[in-house]
Design a protein around this ligand. Sequence first.
Ligand code: NAD
Length: 264
Amino acid sequence: MQTRPLSGKTALVTGSTSGIGLGIAHALAAEGANIVFNGFGDAALIADLQLQTATQFGVKTSYSNADVSKSVEIEQMMKTAIDEFGSIDILVNNAGIQYVANVEDFPVERWDAVIAINLTSAFHTTRLALPAMKKNNWGRIINIASAHGLVGSAGKSAYVASKHGIVGLTKVTALENSQTGITCNAICPGWVLTPLVQKQVDARAAAQNIPVEQAKRELLLEKQPSGEFVTPEQLGALAVFMCSSAASQVRGVAWNMDGGWVAQ
Ligand code: NAD
């Protein structure tokens, strides 16, 4: 096979058993990167996913079932991956959850879970990936934030706080490594039709007693002027660009791909 831009590199993508993370993992594998999958799901389906990715793209794959809300499990995942591949050259902090309630009704344990998974996990993976990246003087850290890393929405206090937080972590990580070959950037998607958003569509349809298709359209148009979902493939293409040498001076940005959401 012809040498591809990311051949010989290893990418760890948290939350890559579904949705955006899976789209990004596939896009990086298509460029030749070995993939460390992570996330929850049916064990047989995940084994299949690993095998299919390895076969289709001619790369090595592995999987960690680490729960990224737990620092001990993240430490184990990072150690195992670095022992196996030598380094994690590309770290995509993607795992994330949502919970919707007004601040005064927000369950404390849900707040803690959203912050742990959406924000604190990226601190742990980043601190553990950096030493090997520094040794190689090359690395790409891509944090999947959200349009909600740039603007707020009612009912999403923990999510919006976590996503604004990860944009801040992105800037500091980029600055601390600004004179190295390691870049850190955030991607801020608008609505993407993944299981995370399907739950919100279904909740809206149930609450308003309207068909799911109508709920989907209304949810989109409320925020996203294009009226179309962003796709995991489009986000994967942006991640691939961020890994390229053309992007070596893209540092500390929060890059929205959101159908015009935050332009309003
Ligand atoms: P998804 O629910 O399809 O996927 C989430 C992934 O994270 C899954 O693989 C899941 O198993 C994993 N995960 C959840 N909790 C975990 C934990 N504790 N430990 C390990 N893995 C865990 O969601 P998605 O829409 O693909 O979201 C991916 C990221 O993109 C999230 O950070 C989300 O906030 C962000 N995002 C999504 C949208 C959207 O519209 N879907 C928009 C902006 C940002």
